[in-house]
Design a protein around this ligand. Sequence first.
Ligand code: C5P
Length: 245
Amino acid sequence: QSISPFCSLTPEVKYSPPWQDLSIIGIAGSSGSGKTSVAMEIVKSLNLPWVVILVMDSFYKTLSPDEHRKAHANAYDFDCPDSIDFDLLVETLRDLKKGKKAQIPIYSFAEHQRQPQTTTLYSPRVLILEGILALHDPRIAELLDVKIFVEADMDVCLGRRVLRDVKERGRDIEGIIKQWFAFVKPSYTRFVEPQRGISDIIIPRGIENTTAIDMVVKHIQRKLQEKSEKHTEELHKLGLIAAKV
Ligand code: C5P
């Protein structure tokens, strides 16, 4: 295939280069369902350059002093959609879709707040957005190429959460259990579980389900292939590459 880089386009012809064609995969599911492990397995299996995981936890809202006190007493609801800065997340995803770089907040679970520093993220080829409410906001759902819901037994989720929150998030068991029954479980029923309805793929038993993860990877690969073929077709139509011989 020959490429003619100097071919000029007429103003009405729109050409979007591949680096503006970021694919976004959303992974939702209960806390402790194994979303992160599934996301990491997808990255490993896709084995492509420029695949990035964006964790929605980076987008928790800044708390007022009173909310802060509640958070430290495990009496703040971090599981309802109001706790997440969806506007900032939408803006970030839209920027990345346009091929721009974005500043990603760094979140501290021990302090319940964003750190002063941010991480610079350059628009990747594939972005995996992972979070309990990754499919919740319609503006985000619209940007997603594949919507995944990870399912797991709620007892398993609680067990995993206790271990993780003690080891990694500086929490005590009593507080974890209090928060689980006051906020995490009710919000699961109200906001998290309904996302199953708009998901393309449901992964039962999370990371243990290698067959389902395999299918997900194949589905994503097919989607990327379709996009790439569409892109080549677009280039043919615009006369930017010669027809195949
Ligand atoms: O990683 P995971 O999906 O479990 O993270 C989401 C969970 O983090 C939510 O269920 C929420 O209760 C919890 N969270 C927390 N403290 C914060 C922010 C979120 O316990 N400061």
